[in-house]
Design a protein around this ligand. Structure first.
Ligand code: BG6
Length: 495
């Protein structure tokens, strides 16, 4: 996709938190690194009243707050010249005509448009329909552009039906190749590294299957609680907020078949194939829980049964993974923030050292640490020196911070905005992948919502979740792993 034309980024809902906290710091940082395409300008559009200068000052304070290490007054002064503001209501078709007049005045040559919907999900359909009515979706039928891209933030619907409905509306106005649905986990360097780790090396892929792997675990733990987001969260819950998107995307990256190329659709085809191979999730394979004190959060309904933690056991019915359980868990108010994928390998079939019973034996484990201590751990057995047959598990570690010490890992939004500007949709979720994920998560929510089947466990903030999550693995003699260690009980600090 050519970037030879200048680009106007139109941020709808520009006075909101996302613009100040993420979008402008990401664009500023691209500019600082000289990676923002030449001729890029930003127009903020929303209902609040701002002059250009007041809007810029509002954004500058956001940059100082959320990206303080990168703020430089002189750099900001040149960057902010690219930013202007237009007041308007995205539900009013006439306001789009005013916007067109502004664009006509500013744009002296054919210009690409990136429409960023930083707005409440309830407004997506109207904003998209209005963009269509105003003709702002139309690309010239020339290879050289200019293009029209639309960026949509999660949540993509609140269930399968509403996500299909949203996708239908989007497709009435934009072609799929104009649509960039953001799952910010895909913008994390370490999540992207999963594919490089698997497919740019030869030694891991031969053992990445049911013949060698005992189980796979994905943990996305957060130490923060619901905070000031009670009203949104109480309607969403952990399954919609984290599983349908971030955890399903991590699952597909770790379990998919190798694509033939790094082309966006080649990758996305394999991801959706994987999600379609996941067996429908059974209620006994689910644990849902709520932390003590959640119900007193502002915006949360009295006696709410919204889960803030979930652990699921999934099966992937294909040749590679048949019989290998995938354990996924995520929650708020947990012991600490950590996102990690652990591949636990099978134990050796026969142990000739020490006791022949290998029930306490620690198997090989490989952990891909997505955040915060980004890196990789490989755990294996070593002979304890000066003993006859004693063994101990040792850890071979790679930390991004040690190896790439001169490179700060960029914020996910930097990657994602750059890719959307360059027209590479690899890191964005395609409509079929979103629908496949809803097909898996929807029935869990539905069956669980039915009070006769839905059991809600409880856990103390600061722990690793409810005991029931341990029991989910314990039934099959397994334990949750973190950093290639074991934390046997949810209340035990991890190793
Ligand atoms: C968001 C969820 O998508 O991801 C939040 O809505 C969650 O509830 C956040 O806190 C976690 O993202 P990260 O990058 O901090 O792991």
């Amino acid at each position: 996709m050519p970037t030879s034309h200048p680009t106007t980024i139109l941020i709808f809902g520009a006075s909101g938190d996302l613009t100040r906290r993420k979008l402008i710091p990401a664009l500023y940082n691209l500019y600082r690194k000289d990676r923002l395409p030449e001729g890029t300008r930003v127009i903020g559009f929303s209902r609040s009243e701002y002059s250009d200068q007041k809007f810029r000052t509002h954004l500058e304070s956001g940059l100082k707050e959320f990206s303080p290490d990168t703020y430089k007054q002189d750099l900001w002064d040149t960057f902010e010249e690219k930013v202007t503001y237009e007041m308007g209501d995205l539900t009013e078709p006439e306001d789009y005509q005013r916007l067109i007049a502004v664009l006509d005045e500013l744009e002296e040559e054919p210009t690409n448009h990136l429409y960023y919907l930083a707005i409440a999900p309830s407004l997506y359909k109207r904003a998209i329909a209005n963009l269509g009515k105003a003709g702002l979706n139309k690309e010239k039928q020339r290879e050289e552009g200019p293009w029209r891209h639309v960026v949509v933030e999660k949540p993509f619907g609140h269930d399968l039906e509403s996500s299909q409905d949203l996708n239908d509306t989007i497709h009435e106005v934009f072609n799929e190749n104009q649509v960039y649905r953001i799952d910010h986990y895909l913008g994390k360097d370490t999540a992207q590294n999963i594919l490089f780790f698997r497919f740019a090396n030869t030694i891991f892929e031969p053992v990445w299957n049911r013949n060698y792997v005992d189980n796979v675990q994905i943990t996305v733990a957060e130490s923060i609680d619901v905070g000031h987001r009670g009203e949104y969260y109480d309607k969403a819950g952990v399954l919609r907020d984290m599983f349908q998107n971030h955890l399903m995307q991590l699952l597909s990256l770790v379990a998919m078949e190798p694509p033939a190329s790094f082309d966006a659709n080649a990758i996305r085809n394999e991801k959706v194939k994987l999600l379609n191979a996941v067996r429908p999730i059974q209620i006994p394979d689910t644990v849902l829980a709520q932390y003590d004190g959640y119900c007193s959060t502002k915006g949360v309904a009295e006696g709410s049964r919204t889960p803030t933690f979930a652990a699921l056991k999934l099966n992937v019915d294909n040749w590679r993974w048949k019989g290998v359980p995938f354990y996924l868990r995520s929650g708020k108010a947990l012991n600490r923030k950590v996102t990690e994928i652990t591949i636990e390998f099978q134990k050796p079939p026969h142990l000739m050292f020490g006791p022949t019973d290998c029930s306490d034996f620690s198997p090989n484990m490989l952990s891909l640490c997505i955040q915060p201590d980004e890196g990789t751990h490989l755990k294996f057995q070593a002979k304890v020196p000066d003993t006859e047959q004693d063994m101990r598990s040792v850890d071979m570690e790679f930390h991004y911070a040690d190896v790439f010490d001169d490179i700060n890992l960029p914020d996910a939004y930097e990657h994602l905005l750059l890719e959307a500007l360059e027209g590479d949709p690899s890191l964005f979720t395609r409509h079929d992948s979103i629908e496949a994920a809803w097909k898996l998560i929807d029935p869990v929510i539905e069956r669980w919502d039915d009070r006769s089947t839905g059991y809600l466990a409880a856990y103390q903030p600061g722990t690793w979740g409810p005991e029931e999550a341990d029991q989910l693995l314990d039934r099959h003699g397994r334990v949750w792993r973190i950093g290639c260690g074991t934390h046997e009980k949810t209340i035990t600090p991890m190793i």
